[in-house]
Design a protein around this ligand. Sequence first.
Ligand SMILES: [Zn+2]
Ligand SMILES: [Zn+2]
Length: 98
Amino acid sequence: MINSEKPSFYSHGSYGATLFDPRWREKRQRILQRDKNKCVICNAIENLHVHHRQYHFSKSLNRFKNPWEYSDSLLITLCESCHGRGHNKYTVPTKYIK
Ligand SMILES: [Zn+2]
Ligand SMILES: [Zn+2]
């Protein structure tokens, strides 16, 4: 699912440096805790991912936001299979912001 048109965190840090960024780790932990460490769709407790419901492209910065720069309301906890299914079914909308 690597697509050069997508931001580098398309797979939410399963590869690349963002996984190791302490800002993302902290943000991710907060989302997982908020969602009680369960997939919000099927309640699975293993292989959890934090999914972005939107991608924001900043026109002033000329780049996508970093994964940890999104508000909590745009992030949800999904297990690997619900996450993969969601991405097959829907395209995450990209919003262009200032
Ligand atoms: Zn996702
Ligand atoms: Zn699930």
